[in-house]
Ligand binder design. Structure first.
Ligand code: URA
Length: 243
């Protein structure tokens, strides 16, 4: 198995995270630092250590959806002691990590897992998993601005891919809308509206692909079901022992 895939399958990091660990010289195979994340390892014979700790394949794969409240970090821990999503998802023994990110102030659908392959399938651009957000936006949002946002707008020096916007209503200075995007760039929705002179004052992710947050209450979580996987269009490898 390729080294980055093996590290991901042990729940230590996503595949891209595994590549970064290798590049940082944090990974040893049979006692030697490796610099090539594409090398093959024989998991029955080779010992792979990350940051000095030997990896062992995870036995049970866990897949969770959370309706993240605002004021919670979508990281595993925080140096400043702020609340993280792992403070909400309790009584799960496996080492979970969030699949992608939502901002501190953003609510909504966040997936958590210990399966790096699953995270890879959800986040890699080649799988084109759409993300839908409900937003409340302040500022004069003209139809020209909406077209620019839908066609692609430059943020952080690069044009966004096409987006779909549905205006729900417009009252005075505030517009309620949904926006569907196909990338997961840092603070993407907020930056897109900022680029047309508006301000997102409320943001919630309502769906990833066809999987919606549904009636899951804010701050609640549950395990994904077979149906959820088909809504995501994700087929799991037989190795997984899904709950
Ligand atoms: N876009 C944002 O601006 N924030 C999020 O949390 C997600 C998408």
């Amino acid at each position: 198995m390729r080294l980055n895939k093996y590290i991901a399958s042990c729940g230590t990091a996503s595949r891209r995270g595994a590549d970064a660990l290798v590049e940082a010289g944090k990974v040893k195979v049979n006692g030697c630092v490796v610099k090539n994340h594409g090398i093959e390892v024989d998991v029955s014979k080779d010992t792979v250590c990350v940051n000095g700790a030997a990896l062992r394949p995870e036995q049970r794969m866990v897949y969770i959806m959370l309706n993240k409240p605002a004021g919670v970090l979508s990281t595993c821990r925080d140096d400043r002691g702020r609340k993280t999503v792992l403070d909400i998802v309790k009584n799960v023994d496996e080492r979970l990590f969030p699949v992608g990110r939502l901002d501190f102030d953003t609510e909504g659908l966040l997936l958590l897992t210990n399966d790096g392959d699953f995270a890879y399938q959800c986040t890699h651009p080649k799988h084109e998993q759409s993300k839908t957000y409900y937003a409340e936006v302040n500022g004069d949002l003209t139809s020209a601005a909406l077209s620019r946002l839908e066609l692609g707008i430059v943020i952080d020096g690069r044009k966004t891919s096409k987006a779909k916007i549905k205006v729900i209503n417009k009252l005075g200075n505030q517009t309620k809308l949904t926006i569907e995007i196909h990338e997961g760039r840092n603070r993407q929705v907020r930056k897109m509206f900022k680029a047309v002179g508006s301000h997102v004052c409320y943001l919630k992710r309502t769906a990833i692909g066809n999987l919606t947050v549904g009636d899951l209450a804010l701050g609640q979580w549950r395990y994904l079901t077979e149906k959820d996987f088909s809504l995501l269009g994700i087929i799991l490898f037989p190795k997984t022992d899904k709950k």
